[in-house]
Design a protein around this ligand. Structure first.
Ligand code: SF4
Length: 409
């Protein structure tokens, strides 16, 4: 049987393109090859891979995950960092990805190659065709230049991608494209990982949810994601000095930034709080310096610090704090099973603190799903993974489940 290698960059671009290729080449075997060394950061690469895998699994197409060869990509585009999108850097980027795809196609005994990049409205079809034909020629292959966007292809792709609840990235993939897209920002949220954890509303949290979903769907279980928006908060940096020495501390989520350094003296020490001579920050005394977990959502407030040091009247404090608010942060609840027929419900959540503690592991949840597969399949048990739980049980509050379930969970 003739084999066609399809270079794949993401789930969204492949959801219709692969169906179209299946239709156009019913007697050929399609092999997917996910090769995206251009993607920053690696979590984003993993997220696009998981979604690609989901699409391929649904269509029964084998898909190979290419290596994350970021160094190779950076070397190739050296000197073209400031090129605009669709410029010379993009041609090199296509060249690199298609050349590697052609090599793999040759190794696998394919006679044709193509790429789902031709689905993207942001890519230049003629450039892709030229690059594709050049590399295919070099390896004695035929390049299939299919304009997937034609005849309503883009609309069908949007519909299918919505139905499959695929992750829709908001940038092409590389840092240079992102730099030019976000010129006015001080920092690039897409490129920042906050610690080792899965903070509420982070890409790491979404990746975790998608990994659970991929696993549950591989067992044939129904999944549904419920996205919601909330005001996100991030701690960028903080420090507390007590009489000139830095001391361990925590900052309560939704504290606002301090401009410069806030210097204050302690006027009184109450049971669990300090009375300062300045009223634009609060300090509470605690015995536990784990990252704070909120049971209720908090409003945006003046800076609130937690410390466990012994403090006396007259002590001097120096506080610094930089935080970031995102008024349209997204997170999601994941349901595995039937939301209408269940009798029992098992509740998990997807976020952790910045150290990766105070949450579940992927194994915890996948193991539970596997062990209860039959009950879930019968519609008796519903597994819910709430998003953004540690900052006031936000996901649970946005859940559309019956209120009775909400109060029991
Ligand atoms: S903008 Fe997209 S196509 Fe262009 S170099 Fe960056 S990742 Fe590659």
């Amino acid at each position: 049987m003739e084999k066609i290698l399809v270079h794949i960059c993401c789930g969204v671009d492949s959801v219709y393109a692969l169906r179209k290729l299946k239709e156009d080449y019913p007697n050929s075997q399609l092999i997917g090859y996910f090769y995206d060394p251009n993607i920053h950061p690696q979590e984003e690469f993993e997220l696009r891979w998981i979604e690609t895998k989901r699409v391929c699994d649904q269509l029964g197409i084998e898909c190979i995950k290419g290596d994350y060869e970021l160094d190779k990509w950076m070397e190739a585009v050296k000197g073209y960092e400031n090129e605009p999108e669709r410029g010379e850097r993009c041609t090199i980027c296509h060249d690199l990805r298609l050349e590697k795809s052609a090599q793999i196609a040759k190794d696998l005994g394919c006679s044709k190659i193509t790429t789902v990049l031709m689905m993207s409205p942001k890519k230049d079809f003629d450039v892709l065709k030229e690059v594709g034909e050049k590399v295919a020629n070099k390896y004695g292959l035929e390049f299939l230049a299919v304009d997937f966007r034609k005849n309503g292809g883009t609309q069908i792709m949007n519909k299918l991608s919505k139905e499959a609840q695929l992750y829709h990235q908001n940038y092409c993939g590389c840092i240079y494209g992102l730099f030019s897209q976000r010129k006015d920002l001080d920092f690039y949220p897409e490129l920042v990982s906050f610690g080792k954890g899965r903070l509420a509303g982070s890409r790491e949290e979404l990746l975790f949810v998608k990994q659970i979903r991929l696993f549950a769907e591989s067992l044939g279980l129904n999944c549904f994601e419920e996205e919601f928006n909330f005001i996100g908060w991030r701690l960028l940096s903080s420090s507390v000095k007590l009489n000139n020495d830095y001391i361990p501390h925590r900052v309560l989520p939704y504290s606002t930034s301090i401009n410069g350094i806030l210097r204050a003296s302690v006027l009184d020490v109450k049971e669990n709080s300090l009375i300062l001579n300045k009223n634009n920050a609060e300090i509470y005394l605690t015995t536990d310096l784990n990252e704070p977990v909120l049971k209720e959502p908090r409003y945006i407030t003046k800076p609130v610090f937690l410390i466990k040091e012994e403090v006396k009247v007259g002590d001097k404090l120096e506080l610094q704090l930089k935080t970031e608010f995102n008024p349209s942060m997204k997170s999601q609840n994941l349901y595995v099973g039937n939301r209408n027929t269940f009798v029992d419900i098992a509740v998990f959540y997807s976020d952790t603190d910045s150290e990766g503690n105070q949450g579940y592991t992927l194994q915890d949840i996948c193991y539970f799903i596997k062990n209860n597969k039959e009950k879930i399949e019968k519609g008796e048990l519903l597994v819910v993974v709430y998003g953004s739980h540690l900052i006031g049980e936000i996901g649970k509050r946005f859940s559309t489940l019956h209120t009775q379930v909400f109060s029991e969970a």
